[in-house]
Design a protein around this ligand. Structure first.
Ligand SMILES: [Zn+2]
Length: 95
């Protein structure tokens, strides 16, 4: 009798796992693309993006790597983190 109950339990468990693995994309598409050339992330606030002054971005990236002509550009979350790290390094180098 015991083995039948066991088999049923195993089946239920597998079903649950399947349902959980489909949550990789729960954010809707954004509207503002990242201003760094070649980057296809969204820079919307809902995606963790930030708006940074062009002059500040130009200290971390080359002019030709920045897409857009406004004084402030939107960049995606990973690029913002990179930007923050670079700026921090700058500050720590004031010997
Ligand atoms: Zn980016």
């Amino acid at each position: 009798m015991g083995f039948k109950a066991k088999a049923r339990k195993a089946k239920q468990g597998a079903g649950k796992d399947d349902g959980r693995k489909r949550r990789s994309r729960d954010l809707p598409d954004g509207e503002k693309p990242c201003a760094i050339k070649g980057c296809d992330n969204w820079a919307d606030k809902s995606h963790g993006g930030r708006s940074i002054a062009f002059d500040n971005l130009a200290e971390v990236w080359e002019d030709e790597e920045l897409v857009g002509e406004s004084r402030r550009l939107q960049i995606c979350k990973p690029h913002y983190r990179h930007y923050k790290k670079e700026k921090k390094d700058d500050e720590s180098q004031t010997w």
